[in-house]
Design a protein around this ligand. Structure first.
Ligand SMILES: Nc1nc2c(c(=O)[nH]1)N[C@@H](CN(C=O)c1ccc(C(=O)N[C@@H](CCC(=O)O)C(=O)O)cc1)CN2
Length: 284
C-alpha cells in the first residue's frame, strides 16, 4: 500500500466536534435543532444507517424524531407521515431513508417534503437551487466527499474528476457540486453505459466510484498519484462490503478513501451540518 488514506472516520469526528459548539450557540439563543427520520420497511442496512444518524445527533446535541412504517405501508400512509413531519415544530429538518420499498413513488414522497426542512439536499427544490447557484442544503455524500478532499488538502480546483455512477444520492448530484465556482473542478460523468470506461479513468486526477459494481476500478486504469474514493456498496456471501475499487489500486493511487471508513462517515457528518445550518438560517 503506497497511497495515503482519506480518513473519513477521523474527519467526521472533527466535524462533529465543531458542530457541538455551533449547536450550543443555537441553544443559547433558544433554538433546539431536531432531525427527523422516516424509515419504511425492515432492510437491516437502512436501519443501521438510520440508527447511526440518531447516535450522531445525540453526540452533537441535536434532538431526534424517529418515525417508522412497515414494508407494507402504502403511498398514502408514507405521505401522511411526511405531512406530520412538515408540521412538527420540533423537527427542524428530516430525511426519508432511501431506497423506499418497491411500488412506492419515491419522487412523489420527496416532492411532498417541506423544502425548508430538507436535511438531505435531495428535494427537487434543493437540487434546483444547486443548479442555479442559490444557497441551500447540499446533498450529503457529494459534499461529504468535497470536505474529505479539502481537509486532506487534495487539490480540487482545476482537477479532472471522473464520477462513475448516476444514482440520485451520489452520481447525479456529484458533478453539480464539483463544478460550482467554489470547487472549480472539471468533471466527466461515466456510468454503466459508458463505452471504454478505462480510457476516461486513466485521465482522472480524482475518481469517485459510485457504480455499485464490485472492483470496477482496476489498478491499471488509475493514473499514478490520483485520489480514488470508493463509494460503491455491494455485499459478498458473508454480508461483507465489497467496494467498487480493487484493493490493488492502493499501490498506484496517491490517496484512497477506504470502504468502509471513508465516505460513509462523511455522509453522516454532512447530514448534521445541513441540520445545523438550516437551524442557523432560521435563527437569523
Ligand atoms: N435519504 C438518504 N438515503 C440514503 C442516503 C442518503 O444520503 N440519504 N445514502 C445511502 C445510505 N447512507 C445514508 O443514508 C449511508 C451509507 C453508509 C454509511 C456508512 O457510514 N457506512 C460505513 C459502513 C457501514 C457498513 O459496514 O455497512 C462506512 O462507509 O464506513 C452511512 C450512511 C443510501 N440511502
Amino acid at each position: 500500500m503506497t497511497a495515503q488514506i482519506l480518513d473519513g472516520k477521523a474527519t467526521a469526528a472533527a466535524i462533529k466536534s465543531e458542530l457541538t459548539t455551533r449547536v450550543e450557540a443555537l441553544k443559547a439563543k433558544g433554538v433546539q435543532p431536531g432531525l427527523g427520520t422516516l424509515l419504511v420497511g425492515d432492510d437491516p442496512g437502512s436501519r443501521w444507517y438510520v440508527n447511526g444518524k440518531h447516535r450522531d445527533c445525540a453526540q452533537v446535541g441535536i434532538a431526534s424524531i424517529q418515525r417508522e412504517l412497515p414494508a407494507t405501508a402504502t403511498q398514502e400512509e408514507i405521505e401522511a407521515v411526511v405531512r406530520e413531519l412538515n408540521e412538527d415544530p420540533a423537527c427542524t429538518g428530516y430525511i426519508v431513508q432511501l431506497p423506499l420499498p418497491k411500488g412506492i413513488d419515491a419522487n412523489r414522497v420527496l416532492e411532498l417534503m417541506d423544502p425548508a426542512k430538507d436535511a438531505d439536499g435531495l428535494h427537487p427544490m434543493s437540487l434546483g437551487r444547486l443548479v442555479l447557484g442559490i444557497e441551500g442544503p447540499l446533498p450529503c455524500t457529494p459534499y461529504g466527499i468535497v470536505q474529505l478532499l479539502r481537509r486532506h488538502e487534495v487539490e480540487i480546483k482545476g482537477a479532472h474528476v471522473v464520477v462513475v455512477g448516476r444514482g440520485i444520492t451520489i452520481g447525479r448530484p456529484m458533478p453539480l457540486v464539483l463544478t460550482r465556482k467554489s470547487e472549480n473542478a472539471t468533471v466527466t460523468q461515466c456510468h454503466t453505459g459508458t463505452r471504454d470506461l478505462s480510457s476516461h479513468l486513466k485521465q482522472a486526477d480524482i475518481i469517485v466510484a459510485a457504480a455499485g459494481v464490485p472492483h470496477i476500478i482496476k489498478p491499471e486504469d488509475v493514473k499514478p498519484g490520483a485520489a480514488v474514493l470508493d463509494v460503491g456498496v455491494s455485499r459478498d456471501e458473508a454480508g461483507k462490503i465489497v467496494g467498487d475499487v480493487h484493493p490493488g489500486v492502493a499501490e498506484v493511487a496517491g490517496w484512497v478513501a477506504p470502504n468502509p471508513g471513508g465516505v460513509g462517515p462523511m455522509t453522516r457528518a454532512q447530514l448534521l451540518v445541513n441540520v445545523v445550518e438550516a437551524a442557523e438560517r432560521a435563527a437569523g
